[in-house]
Design a protein around this ligand. Structure first.
Ligand SMILES: Nc1ncnc2c1ncn2[C@@H]1O[C@H](COP(=O)(O)OP(=O)(O)OP(=O)(O)O)[C@@H](O)[C@H]1O
Ligand SMILES: [Mg+2]
Length: 287
C-alpha cells in the first residue's frame, strides 16, 4: 500500500459572479489529477506559475477540499473522515511554505514556535516540550542561544530552519514543501536544501516538493510530476523526465534551466555550496 494515493482530484474556483451573486465563471485550478507516493520518497511537482501546484499541495493536506476525487493517506480516506480524526491525521502531514516570515507568528519565540504543536496535540509537560524543541532546533542547525529570540531577529534561512523544526515536531511522515527555498538568498538555498535531504533520509520522510526550479528538483526528487493548466502532463522518474521527456511542455520547461549544475560520478547534479547541511548555519548572516 502506498503512503499517499490521489485519484481523479479536481478543484475549480469561482472567479466571477452574475448580478444575483451566482457563480458565472470558474477557474479549473486542478483537473483530474492522480498520483501515488511511497514512504521515504520525494515527488516533485513542477510547472509554470498558475499550473495548480500549490492548490494540489493544499488539497492533499485537506486545507482545500477538492470538488471531486479521492485521497488515501496510509489507508485512511482523507476526504471522508471527520474533523477530530483529521486533526489526528494532520499531525502526520505537515507543510513548509515559501515564506518563513509569514508562516511563523512574530510574537512567538523560536522555542515556543517549535514547541507549540506539542502543546496543542499532546499532553507532554512544559519541560519535556522545551527539551524536545531544543533538540529539534539543534538538529536543524539553530543554536541554543536562539531559543528565546523572535522571528524578526533571524535571517530568512534561519527562519526556514525554524519552520522545518516546527514541521518535524510531531514526527510527520509526509511533508508538503511548497517552494521551500525560493524566497531565500542563493547562498543559503543549498544549505537548507541539504538539510531537507538529510532529514528525509534520516527520518524516512516523504516530500511532495513543489518547485519551479528544475535544477533543485533534479537534486532532490526521486520522481517528478509535470503540471500545466491544472493537469498532469507527464510523470516519471527524475532521470527519465530530465533526459527523455516525452511531452513538449516538459522539454520547454527544461530548456529554461539557467545554469547547468556540476554532476557527480553517478551523473546526478550536485548541490553547490558543500554537502554539510546544518553543519554550517554560521555561514548565514546573523542579524
Ligand atoms: N482561492 C482561489 N480563488 C480563485 N482562484 C484561485 C484560488 N487559488 C488559486 N487560484 C487560481 O488557480 C490557479 C492555480 O493556482 P496555484 O496557486 O495552485 O498555482 P501554482 O502552480 O502554485 O503557481 P505558482 O508557481 O505561481 O505558485 C491560478 O490561476 C490561481 O489564480
Ligand atoms: Mg504556488
Amino acid at each position: 500500500m502506498s503512503l499517499l494515493e490521489v485519484s481523479g482530484v479536481s478543484k475549480s474556483f469561482v472567479t466571477g459572479r452574475d448580478l444575483l451573486g451566482r457563480p458565472a465563471r470558474r477557474h479549473h485550478a486542478v483537473q483530474d489529477v492522480g498520483f501515488s507516493m511511497e514512504k521515504g520518497e520525494c515527488l516533485a511537482v513542477v510547472g509554470e506559475s498558475g499550473a495548480g501546484k500549490s492548490t494540489l499541495g493544499r488539497i492533499v493536506l485537506r486545507l482545500i477540499r477538492p470538488d471531486t476525487g479521492r485521497i488515501t493517506f496510509d489507508g485512511v480516506d482523507v476526504l471522508a473522515i471527520g474533523s477530530r480524526e483529521m486533526r489526528r491525521l494532520r499531525q502526520r502531514m505537515q507543510m513548509i511554505f515559501q515564506d518563513p516570515y509569514s508562516s511563523l507568528d512574530p510574537r512567538m519565540s523560536v522555542a515556543e514556535a517549535v514547541a507549540e504543536p506539542l502543546l496543542v496535540h499532546t499532553d507532554l509537560d512544559r519541560a519535556t516540550r522545551s527539551r524536545r524543541a531544543a533538540e529539534l532546533l539543534d538538529r536543524v542547525g539553530i543554536g541554543r542561544r536562539y531559543l528565546g529570540r523572535y522571528p524578526a531577529e533571524l535571517s530568512g534561512g534561519q527562519l526556514q530552519r525554524v519552520a522545518i523544526a516546527r514541521a518535524l515536531t510531531l514526527n510527520p511522515s509526509l511533508i508538503v514543501c511548497d517552494e521551500p527555498v525560493a524566497a531565500l538568498d542563493v547562498s543559503v538555498r543549498a544549505q537548507v536544501l541539504n538539510l531537507l535531504r538529510d532529514l528525509q533520509e534520516e527520518l524516512g520522510l516523504s516530500y511532495l516538493f513543489v518547485s519551479h526550479d528544475l535544477a533543485l528538483v533534479e537534486v532532490i526528487a526521486d520522481r517528478v510530476m509535470v503540471m500545466a493548466g491544472g493537469r498532469v502532463v507527464e510523470q516519471g522518474g527524475v532521470q527519465q523526465i530530465f533526459h527523455s521527456p516525452t511531452h513538449e511542455y516538459t522539454t520547454r520547461l527544461l530548456s529554461a534551466i539557467p545554469v547547468p549544475m556540476p554532476r557527480d560520478a553517478t551523473g546526478r547534479r550536485m548541490i553547490l555550496g558543500g554537502s554539510g547541511p546544518s553543519a554550517h548555519p554560521k555561514e548565514e548572516a546573523t542579524p
